[in-house]
Design a protein around this ligand. Structure first.
Ligand code: 1CP
Length: 357
């Protein structure tokens, strides 16, 4: 089934996990590959475990089952990294906000629409729920093939806040942007709470066995200039600094989706070690824009091209590989895998990236 795992044999004459080597300054050829949302509904073996677990949150808080679904795409495709199976909304849930996942509709939260709502959150009780994620990480780390790395993650404060305030996903995050415009001081209290909680959470993930972190700022793109600076860049910078104080060597990838040209500022100011590029960035720009920065570039195949497959996908993969040759690069999608993705297209993608046809 699929592509066999990459061998643990050193490549380019050097040892170490291929996924981590670009962060030590190396252009690894062929580039390491993993895919955002690589564990999920497009895999029949995931759907089976998911049905057994009960609700989505039950799966997230079950260390054995969460480790199992984290490992499934590694077994099937031999990716260079696993990302712990969890969700960005574990943070509001651990803070005491009500979070439900409704089948076919996505998450629903009890909205917090102003400063008064912050009283419903309690940062002293996050340990129980975070502890389950740490257990899942430790379990995964103990079972992961030696050549694969383990990625921990959280949502960036802005993106997590959009769900906490809006109560669900939305295309424009209007409720959250309005609170931030009308009462920036009040809103900054929520962001500050998310910064400190995220630092604690990510440090806990490292202690449990995460070797790299990704910060998902899925809704960064709807913030204009100054707001992008204040609500995406500044909090991310604070999280990166907080983690680096304790764990200076653990690489951190930022994914400010939709940031466009502002991604350059984001890299320069936050101090992230890797920058996730979304689908809107043309590959030539991905190759040029960060050439002078000390940063690993990650991206950016369109998840829908992975659904379509065929020559269009192959041509784009070739283009990305050519433009990123000799660069510190990690192959990924521009956003998460969608449930309609045929698993055999994923196997073909891994083969293409590793030089097979
Ligand atoms: O029933 C199911 O299986 C629900 C589908 C699902 C899955 C598989 C959800 C609900 N979350 C997840 C897992 C998940 N979420 C991972 C696991 C690790 C992996 O990548 O394999 C990760 C990293 C996330 C991160 C996440 N959750 C983000 C940031 C990344 C992104 O895709 O933009 C966001 C915005 C969420 C919120 C969320 N959780 C789930 C859904 C459907 C959503 C989006 C809701 C919306 O905006 O409407």
């Amino acid at each position: 089934m699929g592509t066999p795992p990459r061998s643990a044999k050193p490549r380019n004459g050097k040892a170490g996990k291929p996924f981590l080597r670009p962060f030590s300054g190396e252009a690894v050829a062929p580039p390491p590959i993993w895919l955002m949302r690589q564990a999920g509904r497009y895999l029949p073996e995931y759907r089976e475990v998911r049905a057994k677990a009960g609700g989505f949150l039950d799966l997230c808080y079950n260390p054995d089952l969460a480790a199992e679904v984290t490992l499934q795409p590694i077994r099937r495709f031999g990716f260079d990294a696993a990302i712990i199976f969890s969700d960005i909304l574990i943070v509001p849930h651990a803070l005491g906000q009500e979070v439900r996942f409704i089948e076919g509709e996505g998450p629903r939260l009890d909205p917090i629409t102003g400063v008064a709502g912050l009283a419903r959150l309690d940062a002293s009780k996050t340990g129980d729920r975070f502890g389950k994620v740490y257990e899942a990480i430790a379990k995964t780390a103990s079972l992961l093939p030696a050549e694969a790395a383990l990625i921990g993650f959280c949502g960036a404060p802005w993106t997590v806040a959009t769900y906490m305030v809006g109560g669900q996903g939305s295309t424009d995050q209007a409720a959250t942007r309005l609170w931030a415009y009308r009462d920036p001081e009040g809103f900054s209290q929520l962001i500050a709470l998310l910064v400190t909680t995220s630092i604690e959470y990510l440090c806990g993930q490292i202690a449990a066995g995460a070797e790299c972190l990704q910060i998902f700022d899925t809704w960064a793109g709807n913030l204009p200039d100054d707001e992008f600076e204040r609500w995406s860049v500044e909090p991310t910078k604070a999280i990166v600094a907080g983690i680096k104080k304790k764990h200076p060597m653990v690489p951190i990838i930022g994914f400010p989706k939709g940031a466009g040209a502002s991604a350059l500022n984001y890299v320069a100011e936050t101090g992230v070690n890797g920058i996730g590029c979304d689908t809107s960035m043309p590959p030539f720009m991905m190759a040029e824009a960060f050439a002078d920065e000390n940063v690993v570039v990650q991206g950016n195949l369109d998840p829908l091209l992975l659904v379509a497959g065929g020559e269009a996908m192959e041509a784009r993969v070739e283009e990305i590989l050519e433009l990123m040759e000799d660069r510190r690069f990690i192959f990924n999608l521009g956003h998460g895998i969608v449930p309609e993705t045929p698993p055999e297209h994923v196997a073909l993608l891994v083969k293409l990236v590793r030089g097979g046809h």
